[in-house]
Design a protein around this ligand. Structure first.
Ligand SMILES: O=c1ccn([C@@H]2O[C@H](COP(=O)(O)O)[C@@H](O)[C@H]2O)c(=O)[nH]1
Length: 288
């Protein structure tokens, strides 16, 4: 295998930057004529994977919609993850895990260890207990050539009060919380073994496409940023437009993974292929 960052770069080259969210909301299950059950979310996920295969390189299953159905939902998620990875689609499990280091180790093994029933290619993680606390998770991910996406500036407006707060101590004193997460992640990517050879590191940040980066204290044109991939939810249903990708992300654009979930899934089982094709075209036009 190759590092997650290398595989991500290859996927960008082959399929572009679109990431289809697999979010089986209750209303979507209904609209797709599927039951609200483990069997329903399995069928939903498998149909989305089938529609993506050979057209889109990245998917982001939202774990919550599977957890909702307990063990049947988790079994469904295991199958969807395996099918997607088997189809050559990079899977970012959106589970937003975060805890003390020993517990994080168990989460990391669940989602990133080869052979685990829930194995994904990358995992979203929450740095609220400190980015340094995620260092062992980062090492485990690197060891298995997996990726992490660390929440930095999320798409929900309520996050600004915390994420734009200015640090009062430490080596990043004076930075906003969001900017400190970005520079901490950039430092990890700079230390990665293949840093001189590959355009992207294996650890990304989550920055909502709805976020005003400068207001969050983040300079998208800072020299250290382009190696850090950005998982950008917020396109479509939450209001951000793919046509604005370059304006929003500046020098970061080449590494942006543009996620849309509901706005694609709402096309239904008969319309999803066309909906995907339109977004693939839109993200190609805005390629940096
Ligand atoms: O800042 C964030 C982080 C994660 N998400 C997740 O992305 C998708 C967005 O779904 P849409 O239907 O395209 O709005 C969803 O799974 C969120 O949990 C986010 O929206 N913002």
């Amino acid at each position: 295998m190759a590092s997650f960052g290398t595989r991500l770069g290859e996927s960008f080259d082959r399929f572009g930057r679109l990431c289809v969210g697999i979010d089986p909301h209750a209303g979507l299950l209904d609209a797709w004529g599927l039951p609200a059950s483990g069997a329903g979310v399995r069928e939903f996920g498998l149909r989305v994977v089938d529609a993506m295969a050979g057209r889109v390189g990245i998917c982001k299953p939202q774990v919550a919609f599977f957890e909702r159905f307990g063990s049947a939902g988790i079994a469904a998620l295991e199958r969807v993850l395996a099918e997607a990875r088997g189809a050559g689609i990079l899977v970012i499990a959106d589970a937003k895990r975060g805890d003390i280091d020993s517990t994080m180790d168990a989460y990391a093994r669940a989602w990133l260890e080869p052979g685990s029933p829930l194995e994904a290619d990358a995992l979203t993680v929450n740095p609220y207990q400190g980015l340094g606390n995620l260092a062992p998770t980062h090492r485990l991910a690197e060891q298995h050539e997996k990726g992490l996406f660390v929440l930095a500036a999320t798409s929900n407006p309520e996050a600004a009060a915390i994420q734009r707060s200015v640090l009062q101590q430490g080596s990043r004193e004076g930075s906003t919380v969001a900017a400190a997460i970005c520079s901490g992640v950039a430092a990890w990517n700079a230390e990665e073994a293949d840093a001189g050879e590959q355009p992207f590191g294996s650890t990304g940040v989550v920055i909502g496409a709805t976020v005003d980066l400068r207001a969050a204290g983040i300079d998208p044109d800072a020299a250290s940023t382009p190696r850090t991939p950005v998982l950008a939810p917020g396109f479509g249903h939450q209001g951000a437009e793919l046509a604005d990708l370059q304006d929003t992300f500046g020098a970061w654009t080449a590494g942006v993974i543009a996620n849309e979930s509901r706005s694609i899934l709402a096309a239904g089982p008969d319309g999803i292929r066309d909906a995907i094709a339109r977004r693939v075209e839109a993200t190609a036009v805005s390629r940096g």
